[in-house]
Ligand binder design. Structure first.
Ligand SMILES: [Ca+2]
Ligand SMILES: [Ca+2]
Ligand SMILES: [Ca+2]
Ligand SMILES: [Ca+2]
Length: 324
């Protein structure tokens, strides 16, 4: 029994270290969520589109694959509205400006948000043969992405757009070195500037999003959409023990602005999404973004930069803009 337990622990540990799903382990977010465009926004998606960026370190030269779990809109994972009559298109972009174009880094699917070269695209609807299964895009040579100096690596963009219908598509990604299984790309990461996701149904589960605060940031505006009557949203950081944020209710946005402490620069914030204990809120879809004082969006890395921030009581927190 003891041997079995240690083997189990070891297996879990290896799994965690090797895992590179999107959403990732520390986020504890069950699924990304995108609705068909005929759905009312009260279902929890404000714009029927989700963009994710995948970052591959410069020195990684093997081909990569971008895999989608449950790409279809049917079955038990997805959110039924009447009958399943929804189509989603997933498109992979690389090349010049796939990341660096300003429209690619905004929250709305507007302007040239599909910038760059389309490398692959596929639509899925009510297709039970893809239910709870993986679909694989690729192989892609890392150099087909856009080289971005700031990241010292190549970036690919994946957009999931609701094309027709009114049902909710739940899905996940995995950046893999293999076409038929999930094998992590060493040193890779993924990030989004707006996160549309599904909360757990189980009230004990806490989901997390980790915006990275760079050294230019002196204040942020955290916005959330369609929180329903769920629990509360709390911000933890190296200098913040647990600050409650404002929560939206049904079908609306709410903003919460607060100053950044000097000690939080070049660290990630931990935005915690804590469920109401009773009665449990089920099928809660939420959208979140964070902007700095210039209106620029903060990236949410699935593997938080600097690790998950831990509050340190010894840090004498002062607002960044209070320093001479
Ligand atoms: Ca429907
Ligand atoms: Ca499905
Ligand atoms: Ca799905
Ligand atoms: Ca909701």
């Amino acid at each position: 029994m003891k041997y079995f337990l240690s083997l189990l622990t070891f297996t879990l540990l290896v799994h965690v270290l090797k895992a590179q799903p999107v959403p990732a382990g520390d986020e504890n977010i069950p699924y990304l969520m995108t609705f068909g465009p005929k759905a009312g926004t009260s279902w929890g998606d404000d714009d029927f589109s989700q963009t994710f960026f995948f970052l591959i370190p410069k020195n990684f030269s093997q081909p990569v694959y971008i895999r989608v779990f449950d790409p279809d809109v049917s079955g038990t994972t997805d959110e039924l509205n009447g009958i399943f009559d929804t189509r989603m298109t997933y498109s992979v972009y690389g090349g010049r400006e796939c990341y660096s174009h300003k429209d690619a880094k905004e929250t709305q699917p507007a302007g040239n948000y599909k910038s760059g070269n389309m490398l692959a695209s596929k639509s899925f609807g009510n297709q039970p043969d893809y239910d709870n299964k993986w679909y694989t895009f690729g192989p892609f040579n890392p150099s087909e992405g856009e080289f971005v100096q700031q990241f010292d690596g190549y970036i690919f963009k994946v957009i999931c757009d609701g094309v027709t219908g009114d049902d909710g598509n739940l899905y996940r990604f995995y950046l893999s070195t293999k076409s038929n299984e999930n094998k992590a790309v060493e040193g890779a990461n993924a990030f989004a500037y707006e996160y549309s996701f599904r909360m757990h149904d189980n009230p004990v589960e806490v989901s997390h999003i980790y915006p990275f605060v760079d050294d230019r940031t002196i204040s942020v505006k955290l916005s959330n959409f369609d929180w329903d009557a769920d629990g509360f949203i709390r911000i933890v950081s190296v200098a913040r023990k647990g600050q409650l944020s404002k929560v939206s209710t049904e079908d609306n946005w709410i903003d919460d602005e607060f100053a950044i402490y000097d000690e939080e620069k070049n660290t990630s914030l931990d935005i915690q999404f804590i469920k109401r204990k009773s009665p449990a809120v089920r099928n809660n879809n939420v959208v979140v973004n964070v902007r700095n004082q210039y209106g620029d969006l903060l990236p949410f890395y699935v593997i938080p930069i600097g690790g998950v921030p831990k509050y340190n009581a010894k840090i004498a927190a002062r607002p960044a803009n209070a320093r001479p």
